[in-house]
Design a protein around this ligand. Sequence first.
Ligand SMILES: [Mg+2]
Length: 398
Amino acid sequence: MAGGRARLITELIEMLRRCGDAEIVRWRMSARRKMEGGWMEIEHIETAYYRLPLETMGDAGHGAIDSEELITLKLHAGGLTGHGYAYTIGRGGRAIKALVDYDLVPLLLGRDATDIRGLWDLMWQRLLYVGRGGLASFAAAAVDVALWDLYGLREEKPLYALFGAESREIPAYGSGVDLPKSLDELLAQTEGFLERGFPGVKVKVGREDPKEDEARIKAVRKLIGDDTDLMVDANMAWSAKEALERGRRLEQYNLYWYEEPTIPEDVSGYARLVRELDVPIAAGESLHSPHEFRRYVEEGAVGVVQIDPITNGGITASLEALRLADKAGLATSSHYTDELSAHLLCASENPVYLEKHAFALDAYLEEPQRVVNGHVRPAETPGTGMRFDERALKPYRG
Ligand SMILES: [Mg+2]
């Protein structure tokens, strides 16, 4: 209690020094919550780092991928523990853990865990000089996921209910990281997706020779027939000009969407692709803040908004991306983060698909997500419903 009072005084001094209106409002709200007893003081945060081996995969933008880094986070407040995490595709994970341990933990200790939006703003502001996205967004995400989980535990509600949403069944698609696979391997993977009942499948494109991409897409379309949706993902491989040419060649295979055709910085290039191609353009996994999503939506640069609550900067940031998409009447989907995204997409007006990604965390989760007839629903347990199986993770701790 004495620690909480000292923290309030420190905050008051900080607030007076900054003298910004938003800071004053935030402090007043925190003070009121503390007086009313709703305050949950953040007492302790612990993190761990793991390197999980993967069968070697690859795509046109990120090259070969043979491991996934997992940074787990436990946030203790008010007698409860919220669980969060961040992941990478094998690079940068130690820096994310260091940002949490050295910059965010000292910032957050003693603060009110129920002020999720306020803490997101605070983390963003504190890391602004080295952040505005990138690794800082992943670090903030690990904390933000734990805060939402804690909120669900306190309210005894699953995440989707905290958003004011109802549980819904969301179609899932099988997604390979399959650019290096031979055509036979690609078709075998696709058959596996069909056996699992997925109503859609996604294939990587970006082989040097456009004819090879075309042959692979043509063969997959022939295998799946016309009733299964087919998406392609270029992982930012091309210039906007080349993406336009490639897109025109691939459109004939009746694609459901064309994902990340060029680099995320080229927003006007994306807008041109949206205008000039018939196939919807999907993007979002490489956008690291609500500001970036706002620019895409306002400039007509995206047709399907894909959220990833880790790369986007947390659940708070992905919810904002979904609200922007809803306001613009856009379709929504997800990248990886199957378990969190099943909750988030329930809060969206037009969630067309959830991605069932090749990097499944199932082997490391106490309760892996169930896919029934190619569809998923969010977990019903309070919070995120995600708990890592520490015995399964233990051999990979770094
Ligand atoms: Mg992708």
